[in-house]
Design a protein. Structure first.
Length: 181
């Protein structure tokens, strides 16, 4: 059984790992620039050090080691992110997905509004879901607005609202199933 809490945790991990990946990529960019510039200056620096009688310390090997380490970190983070995205898509498209909505909605201005149980919010999950669908949060599918804190269906009949909600979730799952391939 899969629930939104688990999906929100996966989505949170994706976001954190993406931030780390961005930092690693920035550092790698700096190191790449230094390893490119160093051979251009090392001959002059080495000759100058010899002329003034001091030892020249060639940092190229150190930078290459740092570069290799950063590239390994980048690959590991990229693989983790990709694995988590695959897991996220697999789980959200599962027929065992549990959506923790309160069973009794409230009606307001011709809309049926469902909130998540215990006032839960799923910000990370909806950020990643929106990104995967190419939509911004809140996600609107067939007169149903899905957000991190509630689901609003644009009908006042509760039975009709349930049908529209089921249909919209089915559309979301179909769209994500295509991404899985």
């Amino acid at each position: 059984m899969v629930d939104f809490q688990y999906l929100d945790e996966i989505a949170g991990r994706i976001k954190v790992n993406r931030q780390q990946l961005s930092g690693v990529e920035n550092e790698l960019s700096k190191v790449n620039a230094l390893t490119h510039e160093l051979p251009l200056t090392s001959a002059t620096e080495s000759t100058f050090a010899t002329m003034i009688g001091i030892e020249y310390h060639d940092q190229l090997a150190e930078f290459e080691s740092v570069k290799d380490n950063l590239e390994a970190q980048k690959e590991a983070l990229t693989n983790t992110i990709n694995d988590d995205i695959v897991t996220f898509i697999t789980e959200i498209t599962s027929s065992d997905l549990i959506i923790p909505l309160e069973p009794r909605p409230r009606l307001n201005d011709g809309n049926t509004i469902y909130t998540y149980r215990d006032g839960a919010k799923f910000n990370n999950m909806f950020d990643i879901l929106g990104e995967l669908l190419g939509l911004s949060a809140p996600i609107v599918v067939k007169d149903v607005m899905l957000s991190s804190s509630e689901v609003i269906v644009k009908v006042s009949d509760e039975f009709e609202a349930k049908k529209k909600f089921i249909s919209s979730m089915s559309e979301v799952q179909k769209a994500l199933s295509i991404k899985k391939r």
